[in-house]
Design a binder for this molecule. Structure first.
Ligand SMILES: C[S@@+](CC[C@H](N)C(=O)[O-])C[C@H]1O[C@@H](n2cnc3c(N)ncnc32)[C@H](O)[C@@H]1O
Length: 305
């Protein structure tokens, strides 16, 4: 069958740690599901097939292409599909007094984001420096690199990219302005790192800008307590992160809210993060940096015991 470019891209996203997600969510018939980063629906399909409960489940994404694909896949099912960032969507659900037995957040970008050269996420694809997950948003990477002060750029590269040459790269960006394309930015970062390295020398610079454009860490920090509120007693929360800054936030949140304290609302299901099996790493290299953490909401009776 002929597939156009978009369809082809959409089929390229392989859900990571799928077996592990199913093990920790442990979906049961009739349970309801909230997928906060539904993407191309790989995890959602597998979970919903097991619960069979589409009517009181909700799937969320802030990317329009993902939403179009989710609508194509699930429109007949009666599931609620929200084109929003996960914080706004979660706050709305709390305001509606909704609760969920199963909640999944599979953070970060999808393979189509990286494969669609035009979005500006990929170092090796020539494009305008966009990097917005939600194209309704005004702030782009192009605006950041051309309008932030050198000091602010250096801080952003150091904080969100953990880039040791942050100051040098920030200086080079300011001197080269206007910097409008992925190629220009990749060249600037590469010049700060002469010689060979295993990863592209602009990897940390691109990561930092992507996190800043999409406020990835800010939204995650604010959303975690809201997800705790959205869990039904006995409900399971699974979070997959793709870089250490995200994982640190999730780890800290679970450390603060799980445990033996009388008022702890969660119990951790994972002591240390779960990572991909060697087989998955061969089949799906994107799983390389994935870390899964999970928790269950303690039932009141269990706490009183
Ligand atoms: C790794 S992919 C998820 C893939 C999905 N689990 C699947 O099986 O197809 C991450 C998705 O989360 C979305 N996303 C990232 N941050 C988000 C946020 N703050 N709010 C809503 N969606 C977000 C991205 O647009 C992307 O589609």
């Amino acid at each position: 069958m002929h597939q156009n470019k978009n369809q082809n891209n959409h089929t390229q996203h392989q859900p990571v740690l799928l077996d592990e997600v199913l093990r920790y969510l442990a979906p049961d018939k009739g349970e309801n599901y909230l997928d906060l980063t539904a993407g191309y629906g790989g995890h959602a399909s597998a979970v919903l097939e097991r619960t069979g409960n589409y009517k009181s489940s909700v799937i969320v994404d802030r990317d329009q292409n993902a939403i179009d694909e989710l609508k194509r896949k699930f429109s007949e099912s009666g599931i609620e599909i929200k084109w929003q960032d996960f914080l706004t969507a979660s706050q709305e659900l709390v305001a509606e007094n909704r609760q969920f037995d199963l909640i999944l957040a599979d953070l970060g970008v999808s393979s189509p984001h990286l494969n669609e050269g035009t979005r500006g996420f990929a170092i090796r694809e020539s494009a305008l420096l966009d990097m917005r997950m939600d194209q309704r948003q005004d702030l782009t990477a192009q605006i950041i690199v051309n309008s932030y002060s050198e000091a602010k750029l250096a801080e952003l590269l150091a904080e969100y990219g953990e880039e040791p040459k942050a100051r040098q790269i920030a200086r080079a960006i300011v001197l080269a302005r206007p910097v409008n394309t992925t190629d220009q930015l990749a060249d600037i970062a590469a010049r700060a790192w002469p010689g060979h390295s295993r990863t592209h020398p602009a990897t940390r610079t691109f990561q930092a800008l992507r996190i800043a454009v999409n406020d990835e860490l800010g939204l995650l920090k604010q959303a975690l307590p809201v997800w705790q509120d959205l869990l039904s007693p006995g409900g399971r929360l699974v979070i997959i992160s793709f870089h250490s800054l995200e994982d640190r936030i999730v780890k800290q949140f679970l450390a603060d809210n799980c445990g033996d304290r009388y008022d702890a609302e969660l119990r951790a299901l994972t002591k240390s993060p779960i990572t991909a099996s060697p087989i998955e790493l061969v089949l799906n290299p994107r799983a390389r940096s994935a870390k899964l953490r999970a928790a269950v909401k303690i039932k009141t009776k269990e706490r009183e015991r």
